[in-house]
Design a protein around this ligand. Structure first.
Ligand SMILES: Cc1cc2nc3c(=O)[nH]c(=O)nc-3n(C[C@H](O)[C@H](O)[C@H](O)COP(=O)(O)O)c2cc1C
Length: 338
């Protein structure tokens, strides 16, 4: 059973992935989505999306755009870099993405258009391999579809993807409009995995701890991987905790006796944001991260509002120190199952 870090916009950049890496990492790290048009325009911030650490060989580059030709051109650029492969974002349902024809819009526009985009991207990857670059896997992350979803429609769509050369599918098993308050349909992931045994099918949605991890595996025993988003944003050590539940896997949390300094971890994150993100992104990247991270602690909502109101990085450092001084019992954090 593989463990995958989900793509999260403004979160799964290198500074965050370094945190996951410190706890022994995961099998695949999905980068935050990269807009193909922006990458091709070579804007001032694009290079910050292209850091490959901490384990370049385990990185997956996720692409988004409304334009298939641009996605293919961008795929060629990424195919020359390290990593396992390129993932096509067909699941993002945020209105500002879907309305432009990107994200989940690829599941709802005429099939021939999506088929053409996938074919172009696949061909770009094959050409890069012919030119001597390491072959890259083509994968897709999708949802169930729009509100007219039926299993038959989803399976026909995935059959087209596989015919066009897609080698792995991650299913976030909700429809376009279903909110996170509704449970993800793990049975639909199992049915997809049973229908397409020729490729790995990865389950995503609602796996947040040992219990949900084990229940998801029981409900979808034919899935080959579990991808985690929000729970990893809150607990970058979640993969270390879950690895100990997988037979024949060992996580390095035993070596550290499952203990770490939560203040130091957050300080190191801020240092890495300064190293791996442009200054204009510092504030939003800290806000995105601390919105999740602070919820691990006794006075999570108070801590969160303190951190979200930081004036700048040094103020954030000061506020971190103040919190752990007030709540010293929160400072040394204990991992579960370790
Ligand atoms: C802050 C945030 C940013 C996200 N950004 C992306 C993204 O860039 N690409 C993508 O395919 N999904 C994105 N997602 C969706 C997640 O990858 C995942 O499918 C969803 O959160 C369900 O998984 P979970 O229950 O483990 O959180 C994002 C989710 C969150 C919470």
């Amino acid at each position: 059973m593989k463990l995958l870090l989900a793509p999260m916009d403004a979160i799964t950049h290198q500074a965050f992935r370094n945190l996951v890496g410190r706890f022994g990492g995961c099998d695949e790290y999905f980068n935050e989505m990269i807009n193909a048009s922006s990458l091709l325009n070579d804007g001032p911030w694009e290079k910050f999306y292209l850091f490959e650490g901490p384990e370049p060989q385990k990185l997956v580059w996720q692409l988004t755009d409304k334009n298939g030709s641009k996605m293919a051109e961008a795929a060629r650029i990424l195919a020359e870099k390290n990593g396992i492969g390129i993932d096509l974002n067909m699941g993002c349902s945020a209105p500002q993405i879907a309305k432009t024809g990107a994200g989940i819009a690829w599941m709802t526009k005429p099939l021939s258009e999506t088929c053409d985009m996938v074919r172009k991207v696949k061909s770009a990857l094959e050409n890069a391999a012919k030119d001597g670059f390491k072959a890259k896997r083509l994968s897709v992350k999708l949802r169930l579809g729009d509100e007219s979803y039926t299993e038959e429609k989803l399976h026909n769509f995935c059959a087209m993807l596989i015919e066009e050369g897609v080698q792995m599918i991650t299913l976030h098993a909700r429809t376009q409009k279903q909110k996170h308050s509704r449970p993800s349909n793990w049975q639909a992931v199992e049915n997809l995995a049973l229908r397409f045994p020729e490729i790995p099918v990865v389950l995503n949605g609602d796996v947040k701890d040992s219990v949900s991890f084990e229940t998801a595996q029981k409900t979808a025993p034919h899935t080959q991987g579990i991808m985690i988003a929000t729970a990893a944003a809150q607990k970058p050590w979640i993969f270390a905790e879950l690895k100990n539940l997988i037979p024949a896997e060992t996580s390095n949390c035993n070596e550290m006796q499952g203990l770490f300094d939560a203040e130091q971890l957050a300080l190191d994150f801020i240092d890495d944001v300064e190293k791996f993100q442009p200054e204009v992104f510092w504030k939003t990247r800290l806000q995105r991260f601390f919105a999740f991270y602070c919820l691990n602690f006794s006075f999570g909502h108070y801590f969160q509002s303190q951190m979200l109101n930081s004036a700048d990085n040094n103020d954030a450092r000061k506020r971190l120190h103040e919190y752990f001084e007030k709540c010293p019992d929160d400072k040394i954090f204990k991992l579960k199952n370790c």
